[in-house]
Design a protein around this ligand. Structure first.
Ligand code: CO8
Length: 301
């Protein structure tokens, strides 16, 4: 189990090291932004560009076809977040997608289908790590949602401080787990509840609701809609406002708001992993996932 994770981390880490080697660790401005390079014929799944003058990093998901959150993607994400968090010249991160029409399709279903309990455990630990790093980040985090964002993609968006979505009713966002025959874990539920409240979350989770972008704005699942081509400039503008607030006061406030939710998982991580590995490998759940995968393929045909 540990080997799988180590191999995956090694795969992504060599690429990340080269991208981050130009950063200034002393907090002074760097002349060069982070730029990922090709390495070992494996293209990084996330491109990270830090403008050290503004203190704003853009993390662009570039994992075709739909930025699904595979073990490799999640490992790369956690390493990138950790690097940015430790870099004093970085104060805010914008998450967005390089793929057309999709921000992220959520957890990679292939990581959960036909896999051993050991693999499921390693994978789930990486999902937890992604959320802990993002929801618990000291930096200002903004999701620039330029495409559909179901399930795990919605969780990533909800974990940010602010959400801007492309104004396109064909893009949808929501925690649709029940439609796959699976159940959103308590920390997915809590993250949504903290954004839109109890009633909306209860309804959305039971029905597996995917909201169109105008509906997402109506219920407060996103904060703002903008034309797609303006999404990055709008995110940068909002980020600048958030970064103008005295940092220590904003960070302490964020931590005060989020710590109880984070603590619920950190004090229960091992049980949560065991529960997931047991749940996802059940025959009935595997059957539901198989049917959902077949539906995805059929819809395409
Ligand atoms: N994982 C793996 N593969 C995926 C996923 C995914 N999440 N989503 C799409 N794909 C695949 C498709 O099967 C297709 O594969 P192929 O080319 O081999 O046929 C390819 O990606 C392209 O997909 P589409 O043709 O559907 O692309 P579109 O641009 O038309 O649509 C969408 C993009 C809207 C993202 C659409 O693909 C979609 O709705 N995908 C499913 C999204 C979804 O339901 N995700 C849920 C994942 S589960 C999760 O995140 C939380 C689980 C919590 C578990 C808790 C248990 C305790």
């Amino acid at each position: 189990m540990a080997t799988v994770l180590r191999q995956s981390a090694k795969l992504t880490f060599s690429g990340l090291c080269s991208s981050f080697s130009v950063q200034c660790r002393n907090g002074r401005a760097c002349a060069m932004p982070y730029v990922h390079h090709r390495y070992n014929s494996t293209t990084p799944k996330i491109k990270v560009d830090l403008d050290s003058t503004s203190g704003i990093a853009v993390m662009k998901f570039q994992s075709p076809p739909v930025n699904s959150l595979s073990l490799d993607f999640l490992t790369e994400f956690a390493i990138s977040m950790e690097k940015l968090e430790m870099d004093k010249s970085c104060r805010g991160v914008i998450l967005t997608s390089a793929q057309p029409k999709v921000f992220s399709a959520g957890l990679d279903i292939m990581e959960m289908y036909g896999k051993s309990p050991e693999h499921a455990s390693v994978f789930w630990k990486a999902v937890q790590e992604m959320w802990l790093k993002l929801y618990g980040s000291n930096m200002v985090t903004i999701a620039a949602i330029n495409g559909s964002s179901p399930a795990g993609g919605c969780l990533m968006s909800l974990s940010c401080d602010y959400r801007i979505m492309a104004d396109n009713p064909r893009y949808s966002i929501g925690l649709n787990e029940t439609l796959l025959g699976i159940v959103a874990p308590f920390w997915f539920k809590d993250t949504m509840l903290n954004v839109v409240g109890h009633r909306e979350t209860e309804k959305a989770l039971q029905l597996g609701l995917l909201y169109s972008s105008p509906d997402a704005l109506k219920v407060g699942l996103v904060d703002q809609l903008v034309p797609e081509e303006k999404i990055l400039s709008a995110a940068t503008e909002t980020m600048t406002k958030w970064l103008a607030i005295p940092e220590h006061a904003r960070q302490i406030t964020k931590s005060m708001m989020r710590k109880p939710t984070l603590d619920k998982l950190t004090s229960n991580r091992e049980n949560d992993i065991k529960y997931f590995a047991n749940f996802i490998t059940k025959d009935s759940i595997q059957k539901s996932l198989g049917m959902y995968l077949a539906m995805l393929k059929k819809r395409k045909a």
